[in-house]
Design a protein around this ligand. Structure first.
Ligand code: SAH
Length: 239
């Protein structure tokens, strides 16, 4: 993950600091800075952080926003409200993409729960970022806004689905083996004459399956083999 920093300006509820730490850690971020938190450290922060207490323990407390972002190459201010005058406005997805592309130390800066960011805090940043929301109620909870940013950053860096099993993909050779096997079975059973165009049809059928796994090809071939040997599947269950 790129060195992306989350800065919370004047957070009033320590529980939100802990929830923000948890939101960050779950997405692979670790650099948390707090500008004049009302109360920190605090037990509520620890409770809400659960297993992300390490992020809390490493969080640093700063007297000014400048102190928290002075070493960053860019800062993105998050605001629930549009402002008459502001730095360049970006939606959160584009902001995450820009931040990741910079591949350097950048900060996302969040405001106080009740009042949001002051104009001065916003103008300390180069971009104003908006999370699209219900225009009649656009204000997310602070930690949930952190979650959305951290998630968008993660999606730019690692959109892979961690839950999908990594399977060996079928090669051209595997597929050709399957086609030959299908043909053999189809001809042997009299389902298809050697002149038939069926072979083109199943090539077309399998070409529509994205990322066929080798194991899946093997299952089909195993089934063909069992059918051709005339074995009843219940005699010898496949495992
Ligand atoms: N009442 C405040 C909102 C505070 S919510 C206001 O009107 O500004 C706390 C912080 O979460 C905000 O300062 C902002 O940094 C972030 N946030 C909440 N909702 C957001 C949204 N829709 N877009 C961008 N940031 C948001």
């Amino acid at each position: 993950m790129p060195p992306i920093r989350i800065v919370l300006c004047r957070p009033s509820h320590p529980g939100n600091i802990g929830a923000a730490a948890r939101a960050m850690k779950a997405m692979g971020l670790a650099d948390l800075r707090l500008v004049q938190p009302e109360r920190f450290p605090a037990p509520e922060a620890q409770w809400m952080a659960t297993s992300a207490v390490d992020v809390l323990e490493r969080a640093t407390v700063h007297e000014t926003l400048h102190d928290a972002i002075h070493d960053c190459v860019a800062a993105f201010a998050l605001s629930a409200r549009s402002r008459e005058w502001s730095p360049q406005v970006l939606d959160v997805r584009s902001a995450a993409a820009q931040a990741v592309e910079m591949n350097d130390r950048v900060a996302f800066v969040f405001g106080n729960e009740a009042a949001g960011l002051t104009n001065e805090e916003m103008f300390a940043c180069q971009y104003l970022v908006h999370i699209p929301a219900n225009p009649e109620f656009s204000s997310l909870n602070l930690a949930q806004a952190v979650q959305v940013v951290a998630y968008e950053v993660r999606m730019c860096v690692d959109p892979a689905m961690p839950f999908s099993r990594v399977e060996k993909r079928a090669t051209v050779e595997d597929l050709e083996g399957l086609y030959a096997h299908l043909e053999e079975a189809a001809v042997a059973t009299g389902f298809m004459t050697p002149q038939s165009r069926l072979r083109e049809r199943w090539r077309r059928l399998f070409s529509r399956v994205p990322a066929l796994a080798r194991e899946e090809v093997n299952i089909l071939r195993g089934l063909l083999k069992a059918l051709m040997s005339g074995r009843h599947p219940r005699d010898e269950p496949r495992e």
